[in-house]
Design a protein around this ligand. Structure first.
Ligand code: G1P
Length: 290
């Protein structure tokens, strides 16, 4: 198989965030879903942190009319005020947020799907392999999930996707992969399908929003074929690449919360809150009361 980019280190990532966020109405009437907080940090920040920990330096945020990338702008006035008030630690944290990676905003003004969002980043990426992170999927482990995906790509080349077992009741809401195990937690993908009916799903291994992709995907995304839900699907472009490139799935070692739905957001909030002794006690007391 030809894979000319095999030795190229991935430094760029695309984070698509456009979308109506209908499962979070009414708050998403004015706040983009990627800016909804899990405690004090918005979803987009968790995704950027996951990318930066994996060595990503340049990130394109593909957003609709409501800006998300501006969250990462530097805020000298705020930083100055915080320092005047002696709140240097918080000021340093603000500086860190705006300097973690170079952030570029790209507009997706038509809701044509995830594949379309990635296609819009083609010029930003150029002819090099890149990462994609979906901020709805919160993955917390000892190591960044993006780093785990990039590690498998370093060893096998081609396209690599983070996956996890999901409930059979949910397979129709996800991209699903099936294949042969090549080492613990790594499979060579043989089948992939976007949002299959439960009876058509080849497994219950779901795609969970961390990808390492070769620029070959743009050749197929450019054809703008419509797939599941009438949208241009990233999963379909990855399937199209399978004749030319190896494709692997990594069962990432991380706690996963699907913050695309309120229950997942609530679970992620409990996970973070339990790290703080006071809030942990509040959870325990509340549970006892229930
Ligand atoms: C997207 C992908 C799907 C993946 C999911 C993960 O779907 O198309 O393959 O399983 O993200 O959350 P979406 O949730 O945007 O419909």
């Amino acid at each position: 198989m030809v894979n000319s980019n095999e030795n190229t280190v991935i430094t760029k990532a695309v984070i698509p965030v456009a979308g109506l966020g209908t499962r979070f109405l009414p708050v998403t009437r004015s706040v983009p879903k990627a800016l909804l907080p899990v405690l004090d940090k918005p979803l987009i920040q968790y995704a950027v942190d996951d990318a930066v920990e994996a060595g990503i330096t340049d990130i394109a945020i593909v957003e609709d009319t409501r800006p998300v990338g501006s969250y990462f702008h530097s805020m000298p006035d705020l930083e100055g005020k915080l320092r005047e008030g002696g709140r240097n630690e918080l000021a340093d944290q603000m500086v860190d947020i705006s300097s973690r990676a170079r952030i570029t905003s790209i507009k997706q003004l038509e809701p044509l799907g995830l594949g379309h969002a990635i296609l819009l980043a083609k010029n930003f990426i150029g002819d090099e392999p890149f990462a994609v992170l979906l901020p709805d999927e919160i993955l917390w482990g000892d190591h960044s999930s993006t780093a785990q995906v990039l590690d498998v790509r370093d060893r096998y080349g081609g396209n690599v996707i983070a996956v996890t077992e999901t409930s059979w009741d949910d397979v129709h809401t996800k991209g699903i992969v099936a294949g042969t195990s090549v080492e613990p937690n790594v499979i060579a993908v043989e089948e992939m399908v976007e949002k299959p009916k439960r009876e058509d799903a080849p497994s219950n291994l779901a795609i969970i929003g961390r990808y390492a992709l070769e620029p070959t995907v743009f050749d197929f995304l450019s054809q703008q074929r419509r797939g599941a839900g009438g949208e241009i699907q990233l999963t379909d472009a990855i399937i199209d690449c399978m004749n030319e490139l190896p494709t692997h799935g990594v069962i990432v070692d991380a706690a996963r919360y699907d913050a695309g739905v309120p229950e997942g957001m609530f679970g992620a909030t409990l996970h973070q809150a339990a790290k703080d002794p006071t809030m942990r006690q509040m959870i325990v007391d509340f549970a006892a009361e229930l």
